[in-house]
Design a protein around this ligand. Structure first.
Ligand code: AMP
Length: 207
């Protein structure tokens, strides 16, 4: 299928985890603005320094910064038949900007209620070598990997609450925006990783 897919949902819905599955299924490269920003922060670039303040506070990074990153990323040849956006767009202006640089064919919304989110995020751990995501309780890492797991700096309960507020205020309205365009596919994010992956596959298989 030609065109881009957007993975949409609150922080902690499992977008990053499911992105890996969709990449395998569609061959489209994953474009995660969160990963791009974290790379910029660890490089210590000016952009990274600016973004870090917002990220640590659980606020959205300004649209102009994000749109600039995406426009540059989409110039790479691997993006020519579409990509899988993870964590982008997060505001209506970002979605409007995206319309002029990519052909979005589906927006997969992973739905998880707020009360489950805090629990998911606070127990979330990442393998810095592979980028794989685990959960101390729901998806524990093998013992040999467990030692090297790290916790994202913004995965604390306080920051999660700010991120959820930002999600409801700035990002959630995008669901209606995409629904009106007939592009929104909602899946229940409450099952196991395999169950959610299957629902996503079922929802996009025919597009
Ligand atoms: P994520 O890994 O997608 O949860 O993103 C981590 C943080 O990066 C967010 O809490 C925001 O501060 C920032 N961020 C990532 N993607 C975007 C975006 N599309 N728009 C604005 N800020 C973003």
């Amino acid at each position: 299928m030609s065109g881009s897919i957007v993975l949409f949902g609150p922080p902690g819905a499992g977008k990053g985890t499911q992105a890996g599955r969709i990449v395998k299924m569609t061959g489209k490269p994953q474009v995660s603005t969160g990963d791009m920003l974290r790379a910029a922060v660890s490089d210590g670039s000016d952009l990274g320094k600016e973004a870090k303040e917002y990220m640590d506070a659980g606020l959205l990074v300004p649209d102009s910064v994000i749109i600039g990153l995406i426009v540059e990323r989409l110039k790479r040849t691997d993006a020519s038949s579409g990509v899988l956006f993870d964590g982008f767009p997060r505001t209506i202006p970002q979605a409007e900007a995206l319309e002029s640089v990519a052909n979005v064919i589906a927006v997969v919304s992973i739905e998880v209620p707020d009360d489950a989110i805090v629990d998911r995020i606070v127990g979330r751990r990442m393998d810095p070598e592979t980028g794989d995501i685990y959960h101390v309780e729901y998806n524990p890492a093998p013992l040999e990997i467990e030692k090297r797991l790290i916790q994202r700096k913004d995965d604390t309960e306080e920051t999660v609450r700010s991120r959820l507020l930002a999600y409801h205020k700035q990002t959630a309205p995008l669901a209606d925006w995409y629904s009106e365009k007939g592009l929104l596919f909602s899946v229940d994010g409450n099952g196991t990783i395999d169950e959610v992956a299957e629902s996503i596959r079922d929802s996009i298989v025919g597009i």
